[in-house]
Write a protein that binds this ligand. Structure first.
Ligand code: GLC
Length: 482
């Protein structure tokens, strides 16, 4: 199949979260299966290009894009995705992408992603590439399905193209004032936009995608179910109900070439489920590195996360300080985000120097090491479309403690000591007593070494590889292009 993917993030070049990992590993998987994949990513100035061999595509240099009154010039280059064999396309437009971060709150944020969406379509035109599937991800590229049915509908090249929109996070919708209407550039077809929103003076990019994509997917079956309701739908539940027959949940896969404790160059001691001694060594080395109290009878909880409301940090904030007083455990936290949460972890570290380490920011090496060295991994999310770290944790024998929501519910089963079944600790309600129950249960189980080992091994035996999950996408793509 011929597949065009457009995304605002792609690991390892441009990443704020799991979106980057998923788009990179899914496209590499599809490429590996012999499909013809064209991925387009903005060439942000934050991308480290010194070690990359970037070649301008001769016939796609210095092109013009008119977006309402705004005219920008852009070029398309090509390069190998570092760490893999996939060839990718980079959208070079310094005027829009030379900014401190991937996302901004600048006045022209909409132009940055309208350009990405339209440039992806025009790239296909310039290459004479007729995609069977146009795969869009989150709000940044979710105008593509609408463009294919309006502005570019004249082009026979897209006659058989089916658009797929994958929702990685419905919490971000790309909502702009209707003042940008001209910039969207569908001229006399504005009646194709959501009229009620326009009446209220806004344009919602994700919602537009939900209306026009031929198929909608999200990153876990349970989240596909949850977002049809008011609690998780973030205002889009009605449209999702209407389009219910085209909404499917496909659990994300894990790239086990990158996340394999037996062969991970980023951790000091390799191990697997038969040789767990290496895991203990990683823990002690990690605690030493982070300046934590080194003892094995004290469980170490890891967290690697964006520090946003979604991730359930409020619960941690309300519970952990008190719990520190009466239970023995240590924490290694890696993340950045909202300053109130950063300040909280900073405060916690200052109060419990030998038991809490907070690393503000992101380090891939440390992320791997925290997965390898921790005994437990905490994800008390308010909502979680899929979540990847709990799946990494399972493979690393690090028991996930998660809330039963989104993809966490699909990938972790509550451990039952009597039957010996289950892979982690799962709690239901988003409140402090529920999280308290989960942590206490985990700490108690941890004291019983043989039971704990059973739980660890159950998790390590799980398989969330792309080999499986990617096949589900291929089957879906085949089905809708037939
Ligand atoms: C977003 C979601 C996360 C998901 C990831 C990749 O970051 O918050 O749950 O795993 O996208 O799909």
């Amino acid at each position: 199949m011929k597949i065009c993917l457009a995304s605002s993030e792609l690991a390892p070049l441009a990443k704020t979260g799991g979106l980057a990992d998923v788009v990179a590993s899914l496209s590499s998987f599809l490429d590996g299966k012999g499909h013809d994949i064209r991925v387009l990513l903005p060439l942000y100035s934050s991308i480290e290009t010194s070690a990359m061999d970037i070649t301008p595509v001769r016939f796609m240099q210095d092109l013009a894009m008119q977006m309402g009154p705004h005219r920008v010039r852009y070029s398309i280059d090509t390069a190998r995705l570092p760490g893999g064999t996939l060839t990718i396309y980079l959208l070079r437009c310094p005027e829009l992408y030379n900014r401190p971060g991937i996302y901004t709150s600048d006045w022209d944020e909409h132009l940055r992603f309208i350009l990405l969406s339209r440039a992806a379509i025009e790239m296909c035109q310039n290459m004479g590439f007729a995609p069977d599937i146009f795969h869009c991800h989150d709000w940044h590229t979710s105008l593509v399905p609408m463009y294919l049915k309006t502005r570019y509908a004249w082009d026979r090249l897209f006659e058989n193209t089916r658009s797929v929109l994958t929702i990685h996070n419905i919490g971000y919708q790309g909502i702009f004032s209707a003042n940008i209407l001209d910039d969207v550039g569908i001229q006399d077809q504005v009646d194709r936009l959501h009229q009620e929103d326009l009446g209220k003076g806004m344009i919602n990019f994700l919602k537009t995608g939900l209306l026009y994509a031929d198929v909608l997917t999200t990153v876990s079956p349970n989240y596909a179910h949850e977002i049809r309701g008011a609690e998780y739908g973030m205002g889009l539940q009605e449209i999702l109900q209407q389009r219910g027959d085209t909404l499917v949940g496909i659990l994300n896969g894990v790239d086990y070439r990158e996340w394999n404790p037996a062969d991970d160059p980023l951790i000091p001691h390799p191990y697997d489920s038969r040789r767990l001694a290496g895991k203990k060594k990683n823990k002690l080395a990690l605690m030493q590195e982070l300046g934590l109290d080194c003892s094995d009878d004290m469980p170490l909880i890891g967290m690697v996360t964006r520090l946003t409301g979604q991730k359930g940090i409020d619960l941690v904030q309300q519970l952990v300080p008190a719990m520190m007083g009466h239970r023995r455990f240590a924490m290694a936290v890696l993340g950045s985000g909202e300053s109130r949460y950063e300040q909280f972890f900073q405060w916690l570290q200052n109060h419990y120097r030998d038991r809490v380490c907070f690393y503000r920011g992101f380090s891939n090496r440390l992320a791997h090491w925290v997965e390898a060295g921790s005994d437990m991994f905490l994800m008390p999310s308010l909502f979680e479309p899929c979540g990847l770290n709990q799946m990494y944790s399972l493979r690393y024998g690090t028991v996930p403690i998660v809330r039963r929501t989104g993809g966490l519910a699909d990938s972790v089963q509550l451990f039952d000591p009597h039957s010996g079944q289950g892979t982690g600790i799962v709690f239901n309600d988003y409140n402090v007593p529920a999280l308290g129950w989960a942590l206490n249960y985990a700490f108690d189980l941890y004291q019983d070494k043989s039971t704990w080992r059973k739980l660890v091994r159950n998790g390590m035996a799980m398989d969330f590889s792309w080999e499986r999950q990617g096949q589900v996408y291929i089957d879906l793509f085949r089905h809708i292009t037939r």
